[in-house]
Structure formats: structure tokens, C-alpha cells
Write a protein that binds this ligand. Sequence first.
Ligand code: NAD
Length: 487
Amino acid sequence: MVVHTGVERLKNFVGGEWIDADAPTVGEVRNPATGEVIAEVPLGGAADVDRAARAARGAYDSWRRVPPVERARFLFQLKFLLEEHAEELARICTTENGKTLPESRGSVRRGIECVEVAAGAPSLLMGMAIEDVATGIDCESIRQPLGVFACIAPFNFPAMVPLWFYPFAVACGNTFVCKPSEQVPLSQRFIFGLIEEAGFPPGVLNLVNGGKDCVNAILAHPDIVGVSFVGSSPVAKHVYETAAAAGKRVQALGGAKNFLVVMPDADLDRALNAITESAYGCAGERCLAGAVVLTVGDSHDRVRRGLEERARNLKMGDGSNDETEMGPVISAAHRERVVGYINRGIEEGAELVVDGRPADAEGDGGYFVGPTLFDNVRPEMVIAQEEIFGPVLCLTQVNDLEQALDTIHAHPLANATSIFTTSGKHAREFKYNVEASMTGVNIGVAAPMSFFGFGGAKGSFFGDLKAHGREAFDFFTDKKIVISRWE
Ligand code: NAD
């Protein structure tokens, strides 16, 4: 698609300079609250990736020699600049993604926290050593960088998700190529302006814009040694298999269908507030969003009534307005997809309690779908199986905790889950047995902070080392063992 919209065409940041992409095609970036075109994004391919990867490779040999304590100082500078410009960045995030300003501010905060943890590299990069593994022989394990890493990001957290990766990668002495989602490239463009200002040596951090072709060029590039991916499960699997077959390290975080269990003994008011935020916050476009509520025993009717009331009262609108509680979904195509699922749920015989489908006159050009609630959803229904990634919540009644766990475990995805209960016994049984890797007890959105690992299980995650936390230092380094004898 070639479009000429008269708005700014984005550049790539390669080797310390903002350059035009080689990409022959461009896409449109739109404000989801209005439908307005706000930028043109080049849809780069092999040539653009090659330039960025070669710049990163060229910078690597000297960057790895910069002492970790000095590398960390560049991150302190970036942290300072991100703090200074946090509000501006949150507003850009809302403009291109649609989420509300408080949601954008929260995500920017989470991104900054990754920079903070990565700046601990001088301590976190330390290895291990022991004398006399045999008489007169010493052994040490040293963490070393590996070369050029890349990340491929989704649309739903434009500022935060790439920050899960590159602060850690460069803190470890690697260099980097970042590819944001082509639907939301503006937050990263802004952050890379701050990276430039922070004074990182040219080529250490590079930005390329593009979609599928750009991704496939990253997966094939011989100078890129490792790839971090976040997005839907089919693409995560493709990235994992292709990059691994090319000999790269890969961590690929995929999609989700998150179950929330409400026990009859739950503190209902708190549980319902948390579930409402989980299901409808960020318009349901969170990999940690609650998608199916499993009501245990006689909690069902109370849960249904409480969620219905809350869903009906949520104020939907442009995320940049103070009173807005839920913004639009990302695009017209995605709105169609979400509405398609609502129609499918009705056809399958689920009971539509709250209908968020837009009325004909609604919208003002924005991509709005209201909070939607289904009851009597059976696990085999498409709306209970597939990731909708919109503000659609399903209710399913189960007899007991065991049946709740069986229902959760029958699903191929296992990103996040939560239980709401006042019983320590139920909570322990749940956290001990449940397969999802991000588990909440009386928490609606079980989001690990930057000093813990982030990622799911089963079909929600491909790889073994998760995003951020200590695991990032494992992913971005090789542990070299040196065995020495000095006679
Ligand atoms: P997506 O898979 O469509 O796109 C993600 C990235 O892959 C983008 O950069 C895109 O350019 C690229 N891409 C898309 N199709 C491709 C293809 N066929 N071949 C190669 N590359 C391709 O995901 P999205 O719609 O941007 O984001 C939403 C998805 O991300 C949801 O499934 C959500 O659950 C998931 N997500 C997961 C996590 C997590 O931590 N597990 C976090 C955020 C989002």
C-alpha cells in the first residue's frame, strides 16, 4: 500500500542517525480514538534491517569493552530523561494506542522500572568462582555479551514492551535493533530521541520500522544472535521456530486466554472491582486481561450482577479525556474482529448480558467497542477458546475448585490467571497446581514487576528464559567457564 497523507513519514535510527528507510511501502498510523492519520510508517524489509544490524555489529566490539559501571551510567541518563519526559511519552502512547492516560502513565512507569533494574548490571552481571576445583586449579564463571540482539514488539504497550529488553541487552554489553509494532511506532520514536540525547555511542541502539517483512529479515540476519518477541501465539511460534533454526537465542511471548476464579468465600466487592479492571482496562488489549471468569458454586449470580452493573457504568471515550475509563480498540479491523466474536458468541448460544457492539451512529471515526459480558459460556465455545483481545468477558459456572483447575488446564494457552478467595487453603491449592506462569491471588492483573521474570507457559510462551528480571541477564549473556592452573 502506498499512501500520501501529508503527515510526517517516520525515519529509522541507525548508527546514531535518523535516516530515511529504504522501504518501498508505507503504512498509516492512526489515532484509534478519532481515526485520524497521525504519521506514515515505512514498512521496511531486508535492506533496512541489514543497515541496522551492521551498525549494531560495528558498535559491538567497542561497546562490550565499556566497563559495566559506565554502561550503566548511560542507562541512568536515559532513566533521568524518561522521568523528565514521562508525561509527554504517556500522551504519545495514548494518541497512538488509544488507552487512557492513567493506563499510559502506568505503562511508562513500568518501562522506566526496567531501565532502573538494568542499571544494576554491575552487580547483576557478576559471575561465580571457586578455588581448588582440583588441587591448584581454580574455576570461574564469567558472564559475557553475545553480540547483536533484536526485539519485535506488539501494538498494545508501545512504550513499555521494548523496554523489557533493550536496557538489559545493552547493560550486558550487547548492541541492539528494536522493531516496534507498525501500528504504534511513535512512542519508540520518542524514546529513541531520548536515547540519542542520553549519548549512547552510535550503533549501540538502533530502531527500524516495519511489519512482517522486517520481522522475517531480522530472523534471517546472520549478525543478529538473539531475538525477543512479544505478540500473538501463531507469530510467536513462527518467530521461535525460524530464529531457532537459524541458530539464534529466542524468547517469544505469545497470546493469552486468562481465567479468573471466584470462590464463594471471596471478598466480592474487591474481587468484582479487580475483575472489571482486568477485563476492560486497556479495552481488554492486555496479555494479562481476564477473559473468562469461572464462578465457583453459588458465587455465580452475585458475580454476574456485580459485573453487569460495573460494565454498564464504565465511561468509554477518547483516552486523553480525564473522565474516560475505557478507550477504543486499536483499529477498525480489530473492532470488526472483536464484534465478529460477539456475534459468534450469540450464534453459539451464550447469553449476551451487556452488549458493547457499536450502534450505527456511534464512533465519531474512533474504533470503539463497549464493555461486553456473556453468561452461560461453555468451555468449547469459540469465545471461550480464542483470544479476543477486546473488552469481552465470559462467565462460566463450575462446581468446585477442582473443576475450575480442569477447565483452565484444558486450554492450550497459559499466560496469567487469578483466584479470588479469603481461604488460604484454596489460595495455596490454586497457586500450587495452576499451570499459568503469572498467577494472582486476589489480584486482577498478575503483572510481574521488572525485577521478576515476565512470561507465560504452554502455548503462551516459546523459549525458556523470560523477559526482564534476573532472567534477562541469563538471556543476554553467555556464561563462560574458565578453568585455570598456574604451576
Ligand atoms: P502480532 O503477533 O500481530 O504482532 C506482533 C509483532 O509481530 C508486530 O511487530 C508485527 O509487525 C509482527 N508480525 C505480525 N504478523 C506477522 C507475521 N505473520 N510474520 C512475522 N511478523 C509478524 O501481535 P499484536 O496484534 O501486535 O499484539 C497483540 C498480541 O500480543 C496478543 O496476542 C497479546 O496477547 C500478545 N501479547 C503478549 C504479551 C505477553 O507477555 N505474552 C504481551 C503483550 C502482548
